[in-house]
Design a protein around this ligand. Structure first.
Ligand code: FES
Length: 123
């Protein structure tokens, strides 16, 4: 019985790990946070940061209209092309670099497992 229970817990853990990725966020004090993000809840980076109470405002709720979720890509993780909306918003934002992305436009999925992002300064 004990063995079956342990096996069940082990299987459950594997199932949970299957739907989880690691996201590295470097905050504005240069401290790294390793977040576990679910890939089956249609979540994005901005929402994940807020869930972990990191200082990301996400004022527009993820509509690519505020840039309060801006971050810099610091890993060579391939990301989808930026939409026109994201590019337009970054055109108007402060502290924009070549590596700038809007966290709300990066969906959590297996292809970004291990991604490293640095929070942009607050505008
Ligand atoms: S939350 Fe507003 S642009 Fe990302």
């Amino acid at each position: 019985m004990q063995f079956q229970w342990e096996q069940h817990c082990h299987d459950l853990q594997l199932v949970m790990e299957d739907n989880t990725i690691k996201v590295h966020i470097i905050d504005r004090e240069n401290k790294e946070h390793i977040l576990e993000g679910p890939t089956d809840m249609s979540m994005n980076i901005m929402e994940l940061c807020k869930a972990y109470e990191l200082p990301v405002i996400g004022e527009c709720g993820g509509m690519a209209m505020c840039a309060t979720c801006q971050c810099y890509l610091e890993s060579d993780t391939p990301l989808p092309e930026q939409s026109d909306d994201e590019l337009d918003m970054l055109d108007q934002a402060f502290y924009v670099k070549n590596e700038s992305r809007l966290g709300c436009q990066i969906q959590l999925n297996d292809s970004i497992d291990g991604i490293i992002l640095r929070l942009a300064p607050e505008a």
